[in-house]
Design a protein around this ligand. Structure first.
Ligand SMILES: [Zn+2]
Length: 319
């Protein structure tokens, strides 16, 4: 992150927006061209689950790609003018570092906060800890479980940090992308089987477009749907929270593979996984951008024509 800032000081800055249980900084990169107007935003976080190592790799790849291409690719350039990208390469920093500790910790998923009330296990599932139907389905109240949802919503400082940032930025965020593995899925809100997003059809259409873009890169199939439809019901996820507070486009990416290697994706699949996921993310971000900035352009143009027409009508007798 420091290197990206150093090499691209005009467009990259960073912000510490929280601390982990073990007092490490939670840092995001803000990437965009400076503008006098108020910019819209794209949110991306990776590594909320520690063992999903391909996710932080993807965030790094995404950052590199937009920085590599924005001067020459007209679309990326346009989006860098209108949008700021807020990218957290590793959200669950404690868990991620712990998963690198030794072979026995490689598959650690949760945060690293200790259990309470006599429970001797560690860690809360951060993606069950958000204030979004918290504790209702697909969670455990056993602190030893992989899906332990915590003592209450936002008991974890990492979930709180994201909640705080999203709350401050929610009117500006056009798309929220949270990156996981594995399963080759694009998940749309909501994780609760009885609740449907008001723009479900739009979410599915955009998600299916992303899956098509992904397939075009290396031929991999990604399935699109809500968690209960294509995976399992869950509540308290950051994706659901983002949609609940009004961010229109909210997606979970579950990157490669479909279970053969699972979380221990071989090294030679890192690059192709990132390449195809970039195409999927690019599709969603382009849609989010164009929806706001082109409908605005259309509105302005229509207003202009109406004005001209009115002027022409009022002056018609002179013609
Ligand atoms: Zn995950």
């Amino acid at each position: 992150m420091e290197q990206m800032k150093r090499e691209n000081p005009d467009v990259v800055s960073s912000m510490v927006y929280g601390q982990t249980y073990e007092r490490r900084n939670i840092t995001l990169l803000k990437i965009g061209l400076s503008s006098t107007g108020r910019k819209k935003a794209i949110w991306m976080d990776c590594g909320i689950h520690a063992r999903e190592w391909i996710a932080p790799a993807f965030c790094q790849y995404f950052v590199r790609e937009i920085l590599r291409t924005y001067k020459t690719d007209t679309k990326v350039n346009e989006m860098m003018k209108n949008l700021d990208f807020y990218i957290t390469p590793v959200l669950n920093v404690d868990g991620y570092i712990y998963s690198w500790h030794n072979e026995s910790t490689r598959l650690w998923r949760k945060s690293r906060s200790p259990g309470t009330g006599g429970c001797t296990c560690y860690g809360t599932d951060l993606n069950r800890n958000f204030y979004a139907n918290w504790g209702m389905v697909g969670v455990s109240t056993d602190c030893c479980s992989q899906t332990y949802c915590g003592t209450k919503a936002l008991s974890e400082s990492e979930a709180w940090a994201v909640t705080d940032m999203l709350g401050k930025m929610r009117e500006d965020i056009l798309a929220f992308l949270t990156i996981h593995s594995y399963g080759q899925l694009i998940l749309v809100p909501y994780g609760h089987p009885n609740i449907s997003a008001p723009n479900y059809d739009e979410l599915m259409e955009v998600g299916l477009g992303a899956a098509t873009a992904i397939k075009a890169v290396h031929g991999m199939d990604y399935t699109v749907g809500t968690s209960p439809d294509v995976l399992y019901a869950n509540s308290g996820s950051s994706r659901d929270f983002a949609r609940l507070i009004g961010i229109p486009l909210s997606f979970t990416f579950e990157l490669r593979d479909k279970g053969k290697h699972g979380f221990e994706l071989p090294e030679d699949q890192i690059q192709p996984t990132c390449e195809e996921a970039y195409a999927g993310a690019h599709h969603i971000i382009t849609y989010a951008h164009d929806k706001v900035f082109y409908s605005y352009a259309v509105t302005v143009t229509a207003t202009l024509w109406t004005t001209l027409l009115a002027a022409w009508v009022s002056s018609a007798i002179l013609l």
